[in-house]
Ligand binder design. Sequence first.
Ligand code: SF4
Length: 201
Amino acid sequence: MADELARIQLQIRACQRCALAGFPIQGPPIFSGHADARLMVIGQAPGKVEANTTHQPFSGNAGKRLFRWFKQVGWEEAEFRAKFYMTSVTKCFPGPNKSGRGDRAPSRKEQQLCEEWLLAEIALVDPEVVVPVGKMAIERFFGRGRRLDEIIGGRYQIDGRIVIPLPHPSGASAWIQKREHQVLISRALGHLAVVKAELGL
Ligand code: SF4
């Protein structure tokens, strides 16, 4: 599995599908982790900091909040990054949105173009626990059209894996600011703490 994952990761790093299809992506594909990871975080897409500076998933402002959440579970950032796999629905920075005040959400077509890579990562890493972060990643497991407040706060068993969704940790997200939603986030982090103890993660 490790060799096969390394082969796929090389292909992802060389991927030009979105650029060839005319999408204004910027920077290299961003992901991290190894074939033995028992937990996988799946975000939406990398941002400017990840693409231009750090080349590490969730290393911008949203990532800082995500790691504050994980710290509540009991994981330090360096330990988490070393142990677990971090990737996203689309792996290249989509560029800014039209207003210039945030990142462009990857289109359905870009998600389709990148799907093969995500499915290969999940199959080859075969994580026991998946943490989809944000609506786009959550939709991959729960389908489209569901409200986040119906899903976040739960612990699920999907295709033999424990799935614990979290909202996108962006500071621009109005969803995470609401008190009733913060209760759901705390519940989700509580599930992660239980799973951490149960599985010795
Ligand atoms: S987002 Fe995915 S499919 Fe598109 S160029 Fe990057 S790696 Fe390839």
